[in-house]
Design a protein around this ligand. Structure first.
Ligand SMILES: Cc1ncc(COP(=O)(O)O)c(C=O)c1O
Length: 385
């Protein structure tokens, strides 16, 4: 059996490096090596002295120690440093799953969170986030009806890509109770953690790594910290046996982290508060502009503002667009291809992430967002006042 295609990566590969306006990126604005070192007090000379030998498989002990500062009850031994965040999804699924297992995954989702598990397990069930008039909701009763004694793993992602959904504390606790009662592992992708309004004040959720003993938590420097080119990520696995098995799989993928990345990742972690603050501020101001745009264009768009993270999912009334414009589009996938090919504006079709063809993803973490919205608005039918 072949694994399903990674539609998001295929779509980005086709357009990301030529489109004039990136309106769908999930990563926040990045920085240069020189600017990062300026901020962290590191030096290009020290970076130049990094030796290009193999590194420790589990990751440099100081790198792992710096990561533990993001958690309450996690030790450096519980961390496995990866050669990219996405590697952590592959390794976890390979380590945990075989054809006798059932998996339940929150949907929609970043492709890898579904396809690797679906490829490996016996039964793969989607657990849909439910759209409301103003946002999204988890249906915990539905989860209860899906879970059973064969369910080995539940896969979630908070803050959620693409909807920007974030559960309340009691909802997260209930989700964990369901997993605990059924003896399930819970894979929580927390790569957008820190992009919750009020994160700096502690007004947010704890990491699942701190509150569930059978959690596997993914994070990295790509999104909140704006450093996807570093390919720096980690898993938190407090269960020693599982961690060792996973490191066994890692010997077949990347063996150990890249030495230059380890140096720069440690620099970045030493200023993670400042990097995250910068991203939060950018998302906050882009979101304000975006919400005003969506309100102006409410004949076309149904906007459910994100609660956290750097992405949102907009529902597009393609029939209305068709009535007002010469061209009609059957799905947002057609519309997104049209928009980027004719106007250089890159939105991500929701179908890449397992949504219906009425949705598209907007990315809120980039500079140039305002200019991109102006360009998009210029393509839309004139508003009748
Ligand atoms: C939810 C989620 N997890 C993991 C990743 C993988 O991150 P990276 O591409 O930096 O490996 C992404 C990237 O878009 C993501 O959205």
């Amino acid at each position: 059996m072949k694994i399903k295609p990674f539609l998001t990566e295929h779509f980005f590969a086709k357009y990301e490096f030529t489109a004039s306006h990136l309106l769908a990126s999930s990563d926040c604005e990045t920085t240069s090596i020189a600017d990062l070192l300026d901020l962290s007090g590191g030096s290009l000379v020290d970076f130049g002295a990094v030796k290009l030998g193999y590194t420790e498989s589990q990751g440099h002990p100081e790198y792992r120690r710096l990561v533990t500062e993001m958690y309450e009850h996690v030790a450096a031994d519980d961390i496995v440093i990866l050669t990219s965040p996405v590697e952590g999804i592959y390794l976890t699924m390979q380590t945990l799953l075989d054809a006798s297992d059932e998996v339940i995954a929150l949907s929609p989702a970043y492709d890898a969170l579904h396809h690797v598990a679906d490829h490996l397990c016996g039964k793969f069930e989607l657990w849909q986030l439910v759209p409301t008039a103003t946002g999204w909701q988890m249906d915990l009763d539905r989860l209860r009806s899906l879970v059973n004694s064969k369910t080995r793993l539940i896969i979630v992602n908070f803050p959620h890509n693409p909807t920007g959904y974030q559960p309340e504390r009691d909802e997260l606790q209930e989700l964990i109770e369901i997993a605990r009662e059924n003896g399930c592992w819970l894979f929580c992708d927390e790569i957008y953690r820190g992009l919750e309004p009020g994160f700096e004040l502690g007004a947010t959720l704890p990491s699942v790594a701190d509150i569930y003993e059978k959690a596997i938590v993914l994070n990295g420097l790509s999104k909140t910290f704006g450093l996807p080119g570093l390919r720096a990520g980690w898993l938190v696995i407090r269960d020693r046996k599982l961690r060792e098995e996973l490191i066994g799989w890692k010997h077949y993928t990347t063996i150990c982290p890249a030495a230059p990345t380890e140096y720069l990742a440690m620099q970045a972690l030493s200023v993670r508060v400042q990097l995250a603050e910068r991203s939060r501020e950018l998302v906050r101001s882009n979101l304000a502009v975006c919400s005003a745009f969506m309100e102006r264009q409410s004949d076309i768009f149904h906007w459910r503002p994100p609660m956290a993270g750097s992405t949102a999912l907009v529902e597009i009334d393609l029939e209305y667009l068709g009535r007002k414009q010469v061209q009609t589009f059957a799905t947002t996938t057609e519309y997104c291809h049209h928009l980027v090919q004719n106007h250089g504006i890159l939105l991500l079709p929701g179908e890449c992430l397992g949504c219906s063809g009425r949705f598209a993803r907007v990315g809120l973490g980039r500079q140039g967002f305002h200019a991109a919205l102006v360009a998009w608005e210029a393509t839309l039918p004139a508003i009748s006042i």
